[in-house]
Design a protein around this ligand. Structure first.
Ligand code: FES
Ligand code: FE2
Length: 396
């Protein structure tokens, strides 16, 4: 069946018998599934790199759910994404070189175009060119490179996320992309559940979150909070951005900003509005599974802050803001990694959840996620996929 030059990819792929472009319905995780085994639904746009990491005429290797992906930026034209395995000997194409609209493998020089087709084998002469390599839909926005790791037939219809206020010149945006050793669902819970300010008491003084209400829909859950400071100093960066909130006697004093945290599957946002309802801080984040078990998460965040009336002020406070958010984030990173370690050691999710918002969030993440192993991108070589696999039976 296979000619000598067509090579199996190392595919841990889904059953796939044809290259039909009809979108297949997603099978979601069943209610009651251990949340930490639910894979992220790959039928969404996920950021995998900063645009600046993929330089002109270069490749950049990333991973999504255990699958290596080569991002390629030609000298001219947009970035494209290929399965990062040369079909010849499986070496990473991201180690190759970019010529025009092609990437040439570093080993024997096979060249692949943006469609994934093999377009040149330097020593082949007149022979039939070998099979190509799978590609993934790829887009750039807000300084990030996104891929669509799931069913490519859905890429055009699944909405592309709105990236907070990153494109609004009234805001200054800080990028961050920490890698965290935990399942992505811990990240959603951590940010959604503002009752954990206790963890940050050394950074933020004694702040109490007041739950104002929630909203939910088919693909989102939202919680709103205000904060009050019961004791302690307000940190400088916080004060410069949000103003001062302690009254003269240092008594508990409700601040008037409203913090809205929303998971709109699979993304998460945190917005802070001042007492006039103006959006003063706008955070957009995405949690991207790195490994096959999805126990390592690559976060990408865009934190946009409304520029104050005094233009220089934002530049003055910027380093302090970075330091402050980083300190808080490190505490969050430690705690979610401890949660993952406990899950590993105890062999499952033993959470006792009492907060309705987090209960609803956990339901949402299960309902919108997919069963373990189904979150991996298909790596099947599209040329070989046109031939029905001998083991596939009964597929309509
Ligand atoms: S391994 Fe890529 S060309 Fe041989
Ligand atoms: Fe936190």
């Amino acid at each position: 069946m296979s000619d000598t030059l067509s090579v199996q990819t190392e595919a841990p792929a889904r059953d796939r018998t044809t290259t039909t472009t009809t979108a297949e319905p997603t099978v979601h995780a069943a209610p009651g599934t251990d949340l930490r085994t639910v894979d992220a639904d790959p039928d969404f746009w996920y950021p995998v790199a900063w645009s600046s990491q993929v330089r002109k005429g270069k490749t950049f290797g990333v991973r999504y759910a255990g699958v290596p992906i080569a991002l390629v930026r030609p000298e001219e034209g947009s970035v494209f994404a290929l399965y990062d395995r040369c079909p010849h000997r499986q070496v990473p194409l991201s180690k190759g070189t970019v010529n025009g609209q092609t990437v040439r493998c570093c080993y024997h020089g096979w060249a692949f175009g943006r469609s994934g087709r093999c377009i040149d084998v330097p020593y082949l002469g007149k022979g039939k060119l070998p099979n190509g390599v799978r590609t993934y839909p790829c887009r750039e926005a807000g300084g990030l490179v996104f891929i669509f790791p799931g069913d490519p037939a859905k890429a055009d219809t699944v909405p592309f996320p709105k990236l907070g206020s990153v494109d609004n010149p009234a805001y200054k945006t800080k990028n961050f992309s920490p890698r965290v050793g935990c399942h992505y669902t811990f990240m959603h819970e951590n940010l959604m559940d503002m009752n954990h300010q206790f963890l940050h008491r050394r950074q933020m003084g004694q702040i109490k979150a007041r739950f104002l209400g929630q909203d939910k829909g088919e693909n989102f859950i939202e919680a709103r909070y205000s904060f009050m400071r019961s004791a302690g100093q307000q940190p400088l960066a916080e004060r410069l951005i949000f103003g001062k909130h302690k009254d003269l006697n240092g008594a508990e004093h409700p601040v008037e900003e409203v913090v809205t945290i929303r998971t709109t599957y699979p993304y998460q946002t945190l917005q802070i509005r001042d007492k006039d309802g103006d959006l003063i801080m706008d955070l957009w984040t995405s949690y991207v599974p790195v490994d096959k078990e999805q126990r390592v998460t690559q976060s990408f965040g865009l934190l946009s802050v409304l520029r104050p009336q005094t233009p220089l002020l934002i530049d003055l406070i910027w380093p302090a803001l970075g330091w402050f958010t980083n300190r808080i984030f490190l505490e969050d990173k430690d705690i979610v990694e401890l949660e993952q370690q406990a899950w590993n050691e105890q062999g499952g999710d033993r959470n006792v959840e009492i907060f309705p918002v987090v209960k609803a969030l956990r339901e949402l993440l299960t309902r919108c996620g997919v069963p373990a192993g189904k979150g991996m991108p298909d790596t099947t070589n599209p040329d070989t996929a046109a031939t029905p696999a001998p083991v596939a039976t009964g597929a309509a």
